[in-house]
Design a protein around this ligand. Structure first.
Ligand code: TMP
Length: 207
């Protein structure tokens, strides 16, 4: 049996990691074999690239270098972990995937003249999520949640206008791909959001 590939997306502090965790517990209780992973990261090489990407000391990094490092980490992650897990029949839950690159590097960094879809296809070998859950909330709420208990990393430390463009980037993606990307209001209680997430995912994993 072929597995299912589900991604979570959203701005900083939207609760993706919590929802990924809650959904994995729910699916495991239903008897599914679940693999939880994240981007950038998920394998030793991709986690090493993550360190470089998020280190606030790397302020000299150009937007193009940043873009290519996210895609490089993704290429390794898909090859080494995601594709084999899907082929083994697992439900793969990934905290961020290529929509984050379109939103952060495309809309956030405003990289001109780049065909993001072609670049994603190159990095992933054409793999796309079966469903993407976009957890939407206002930027000020998300940034407060994300930086209340820890120092901001290189991306979190960007100006509020950058994060506003990222949110708009996600909203545009959700509008362009309504069959794949499902938007949920992320301002509510985690338990209530988890119920909404399960209602979207259950029919997909049961089919
Ligand atoms: P995380 O904090 O959700 O683990 O994500 C790491 C950071 O990397 C977050 O600030 C979003 C950013 N990011 C991008 O800018 N582009 C990407 O393609 C991905 C996957 C993450």
């Amino acid at each position: 049996m072929k597995g299912v590939f589900i991604t979570f997306e959203g701005i900083e502090g939207c609760g993706k990691s919590t929802q990924t965790h809650l959904l994995s517990r729910h699916l495991e209780a239903e008897g599914h074999d679940v693999v939880v992973t994240r981007e950038p990261g998920g394998t030793p090489i991709a986690e090493a690239v993550r360190e470089i990407l998020l280190d606030p000391a790397n302020e000299a990094m150009t937007p193009l270098t940043e873009l290519l490092l996210y895609e490089a980490a993704r290429a390794q992650h898909v090859h080494e972990l995601i594709r084999p897990a899907i082929e083994a029949g697992s439900v793969v839950l990934c905290d961020r995937f290529f929509d984050s690159t379109t939103a952060y590097q495309g809309a956030g960094r405003r990289l001109p003249d780049i065909d993001f879809e072609r670049l994603h296809a190159l990095a992933t070998g054409g793999l796309s999520p079966d469903m993407t859950i976009f957890l939407d909330l206002p930027v000020d709420v998300g940034l407060k949640r994300a930086t209340d208990f820890s120092a901001p990393d290189r991306i979190e430390g960007e100006a509020i206008e950058f994060h506003e463009r990222v949110r708009r980037g996600f909203l545009d993606l959700a509008e362009r791909h309504p069959e794949r990307i499902k938007s949920l209001d992320a301002t509510g209680k985690p338990e209530d959001i988890a119920i909404a997430v399960s209602a979207l995912v259950d029919p997909l994993v049961e089919s």
